[in-house]
Design a protein around this ligand. Structure first.
Ligand SMILES: Nc1ncnc2c1ncn2[C@@H]1O[C@H](COP(=O)(O)OP(=O)(O)OP(=O)(O)O)[C@@H](O)[C@H]1O
Ligand SMILES: [Mg+2]
Length: 272
């Protein structure tokens, strides 16, 4: 359904993404890992058409995504919603309005100016917030919420677009381990329940292993690994990160030290 072929992005004489190719045949949950500067963000930005590829092609369900312009490009951008490390909410605006921002693509400028949202959109927004466990904060300003809550609002805003693909650029990099786990659990659940494809840049190996069906490893713009968590051995990880023999997985870990049996308890302890 998604086919990336020899996708390349150059900034001047620097190649940020270098002939990257991969095919996704079903709505999988995919993690992209690699050290800083490997090209992970640039890859997602090209997928979303936030930035133009220098060369190569993106096809989704037979459509040539790289060729889209104007309205068609904006339509694509709402089909592959993006989530960012810094949430990118409007801090002083209430939570529901932030979520309704996800419908901006299909509303008139005038309606937007006057904050006129169809009643059914407001109801949908509340339902989505409820699904993410943050409906009780709907009327608060976004800035009054914790980081983990804000990221769940950002996911709600993405879902408001009813996207086929959710692109997440380091969605948990600014969160403490507990909130990181809550956010990843929600993303995984959305993937499982809705069948949406999720592609997430993750800076920790253990998160990628734990939540993703497939992991793509990037190094210096190239895809150097594409496989299952089980295939991602320490040796492979060392190669992806370009690390020496002193490479330790714990250096890329955000894990909360606990076993599976304790996870529901952790969820219950989630801050209100
Ligand atoms: N707008 C830009 N102009 C010039 N160079 C850029 C630009 N964006 C990214 N680059 C360069 O492209 C390369 C890949 O950057 P990118 O942000 O995609 O890496 P990344 O894997 O997301 O890194 P990080 O883990 O630090 O977020 C880097 O060398 C970066 O300096
Ligand atoms: Mg990045």
């Amino acid at each position: 359904m998604l086919e990336i072929s020899a996708l390349t992005k150059r900034f001047g004489d620097r190649t940020a993404v270098d002939k990257a190719s991969f095919v996704v045949t079903e709505p999988a949950m995919i993690g992209i890992i690699g050290s800083s500067g490997a090209g992970k963000s640039t890859m997602l930005r090209m997928l979303n058409r936030l930035t133009d590829a220098s060369e190569g092609a993106i096809r989704f369900q037979g459509q040539d995504i790289t060729a889209l312009t104007g309205r068609a490009r904006r339509k694509w951008q709402s089909r592959c919603a993006m989530i960012f490390q810094q949430f990118n909410l409007v801090p002083r605006m209430d939570v529901v309005s932030n979520v309704l921002h996800g419908t901006l693509n299909r509303r008139s400028t005038l309606a937007t100016m006057f904050n006129l949202y169809p009643r059914e959109d407001v109801e949908t927004a509340i339902e989505i917030l409820d699904r993410l466990g943050v409906a009780e904060h709907a009327a608060k300003r976004a800035e009054a919420l914790s980081g983990g809550q804000q990221q769940r609002v950002a996911i709600a805003r993405a879902l408001m677009q009813d996207p086929a693909i959710i692109l997440a650029d380091e969605p948990i990099a600014s969160l403490d381990p507990m909130n990181a786990q809550i956010v990843m659990d929600r993303l995984r659940r959305i993937h499982d329940e809705d069948g949406r494809m999720v592609i997430a840049n993750l800076h920790t190996l253990d998160t990628a292993r734990r939540y993703c069906d497939r992991i793509i490893g990037m190094r210096a713009g190239r895809i150097v690994f594409d496989g299952t968590p089980a295939q991602l051995t320490t040796g492979v990880a060392r190669d992806i990160y370009g690390a020496g023999a002193d490479f330790s997985e714990s250096a890329t870990s955000t894990a909360i030290e606990q076993d599976e049996a304790e996870r529901p308890a952790a969820r219950m302890a989630e801050p209100a």
